[in-house]
Design a protein around this ligand. Structure first.
Ligand code: H79
Length: 598
């Protein structure tokens, strides 16, 4: 039998703690030791540091930083990506190449950048070794179009950053755009200089993309992760990239964008779409890459900076949903980090210094979002992140079923706060004022790992029940995830124990017409699933919806709630199948016909 998910989370955590204790002191990656292909590494071991560390620095830096959002008087509109300038204005390769000679980052200091990441509380750093424009920011032997051979700067920033990271205990990682290359005649994306029909994409893969990846994996010591972007054309090609990373650096993580868009997750974890924020409830490793203003590469026009409060709230929101926050800086071409970015990160660092315990090593909180803020959890503790301080200084925490052994502000642990119970709600007596305007963290020491009731789905008058991934409770292998396009669904269910269930509070008795929305592949055609509540059940048959993820809605039969009150509605595969049943999005229960009066 499968255990409820909360127990799985605890098991995970115990494993994680055990692993950290045995490895952190002599973490080979941080100590600069590369590993051999012979080293056996499970997926769970490989991802431990990532699960724990939560917060990373992304750096977008390249020839586009020199243009800073402007080409021949044409501007990149604020709100769009300045690193896309070559594509946006169809700058000819010859002209962009000429421009790139000018890159001369005399103010670049790897130590300063890494120390900024460190003092902000970031634990890993991802540098654009090659973005879509095709220019390598490291000394590549594969192509002269790199910062050492192409400019007068003559230094290798990737090398310098890798060393500074190692010195300061920050995990060094690289971004490599493996499919896109606007410089290479056979790379993907440049159809203004090159004729798309004449491209030999395999040549680009074999002669530039793979050899450059091999350099990055071979010459810069152990990498924490490789951040691929924009996907690959086929799963077979994606697998070749994965294979190379696994062979040369078995410890190195691979982000999900290594794969192609229509495929299930390849690599070790899923990236949310750029600047995206999931609504919650995800059950796999994920990361949210986000910007500090609205561009990744530097733009002199973009002053739409997030405030330190925005950054902290976003981080907490992401971590409260089990994800990692990869926050971008876009240094100027000369190596200077824009002053507003510095100021914001310094403030975030002050908060992290005081409150890091509520971020590092935590997991998604079982408590839902609250009007006053968010929460994170670790072991027997829950951390309440109070964004809006209640006027009466009483903080309601509904639905927590544990005994609260102690409550205190994280920055004043010896001053215990009063806790009272009111109709299943714990109420914490807060100090009159927050100690931090942006987020004051209240720690709750519980009598065990946090337990909460499953969410209850209620209905308005005459409106359908909308049973979605967010309010459903999964069992077995069924998990909540998002696809490459950032769309949410339930997947990975293959047999009857893998299910999703909803707790409904029916206020209107009667018959309901059911509508189910999902995406399914050809391989699942005709496979059966069961929708049940109490003694009633309906068997449905999966209809393929096409390649990739194309969600369709299908009418099913009716079910009847003969009286108002609580019900559980469940969906599960009807038999054992050897692949995912469907990518489920929504079950709607629409009141049918006249109401039944009890
Ligand atoms: O590196 C950053 C982006 O440049 C990269 N991912 C992050 C981490 C990225 N690659 N692709 N995309 C983002 C999505 C592409 C969006 C586009 Fe557009 C819409 C390309 C063309 C239209 C935005 C608007 C960029 C140019 C115009």
């Amino acid at each position: 039998m499968h255990q409820p998910n909360e127990f799985c989370a605890v098991q995970h955590l115990t494993l994680m703690v055990a692993f950290c204790i045995s490895t952190i002191a002599v973490d080979p990656q941080l100590a600069g030791q590369t590993t051999t292909a012979h080293e056996q590494m499970t997926d769970a071991e490989r991802i431990q540091w990532f699960r724990h560390d939560k917060f990373g620095m992304f750096v977008h830096w390249g020839p586009y930083s020199y243009l800073a959002g402007e080409w021949n008087g044409q501007r990149i509109p604020v709100g769009t990506e300045a690193e896309w300038i070559m594509q946006r204005f169809n700058i000819p390769v010859a002209k962009y190449r000429q421009m790139a000679h000018n890159l001369n980052p005399t103010h670049f200091s790897a130590e300063e950048w890494v120390m900024l990441a460190k003092s902000t509380g970031m634990k890993y750093l991802v540098i654009t070794a090659k973005h879509h424009d095709g220019f390598a920011m490291y000394h590549s032997q594969v192509s002269k179009y790199n910062i050492v051979d192409w400019t007068t700067f003559k230094r290798d920033p990737v090398q310098e950053l890798s060393e500074a990271c190692r010195r300061n205990g920050i995990r060094f990682c690289v971004y490599y755009s493996h499919r896109e290359d606007w410089d290479d005649p056979d790379g993907f994306g440049n159809n203004w200089d090159y004729d798309r029909s004449k491209k030999n994409f395999n040549r680009y893969l074999e002669e530039k993309s793979k050899p450059q990846l091999r350099e990055l994996l071979s010459n810069y010591g152990p990498l924490g992760l490789i951040w691929f972007d924009r996907g690959m054309d086929t799963p077979e090609h994606a697998r070749e990239f994965i294979e190379m990373v696994r062979t040369l650096q078995p410890r190195c993580l691979i982000n999900g964008r290594v794969g192609s868009y229509g495929e299930d997750l390849m690599g070790d974890y899923q990236d949310m779409n750029d600047n995206g924020m999931p609504t919650g409830g995800l059950q796999e490793y994920w990361e949210a890459p986000q910007t500090l203003n609205t561009t990744w590469g530097y733009s002199k026009f973009d002053q739409q900076w997030k405030s330190p409060g925005d950054v902290i709230h976003r981080m907490v929101e992401i971590v409260s949903k089990g994800g990692n926050y990869l926050l971008n800086i876009g240094p100027m071409a000369d190596g200077t980090i824009p002053a507003p970015s510095l100021a914001t990160l310094r403030r975030v660092g002050v908060w992290m210094q005081a409150n890091g315990e509520s971020i590092y090593g935590t997991s998604a909180s079982p408590l839902p979002e609250q009007p006053w803020g968010r929460s994170t959890t670790k072991g027997d503790k829950v951390y309440l992140h109070v964004f809006s301080w209640p006027a009466d200084a009483n903080l309601p925490v509904p639905g927590l079923k544990n005994e609260v052994v102690a409550a205190y502000a994280l920055t004043a642990p010896s001053r215990k706060l009063g806790v009272s119970q009111l109709d299943g709600t714990s109420v914490i007596a807060l100090p009159a004022r927050p100690s931090d305007d942006m987020d004051t963290v209240i720690a709750l020491q519980l009598d065990g790992p946090p337990k909460v009731d499953p969410p209850t789905v209620t209905q308005g008058s005459d409106t359908p029940f909308e049973l979605d991934y967010l309010s459903g409770v999964t069992t077995g292998k069924a998990i909540k995830r998002f696809n490459r396009e950032g769309k949410f669904h339930i997947a990975k269910w293959t047999n009857p124990e893998d299910s999703v269930a909803w707790h409904l509070l029916v206020s209107q008795a009667g018959e309901y017409n059911m509508r189910i929305r999902y995406s399914a592949r050809q391989e699942s055609k005709g496979e059966k699933y069961v929708i049940s509540t109490g003694a009633q059940s309906i068997t449905g048959s999966v209809a393929p919806t096409g390649e990739g993820y194309q969600y369709n809605t299908f009418d099913l039969g009716t079910i009847k709630f003969s009286r108002a009150g609580p019900y559980v509605v469940r969906i599960n595969p009807a038999a054992d199948y050897d692949h995912n049943l469907m990518y489920f999005q929504l079950l709607e229960l629409v009141p049918a016909g006249p109401r039944m009066v009890e």
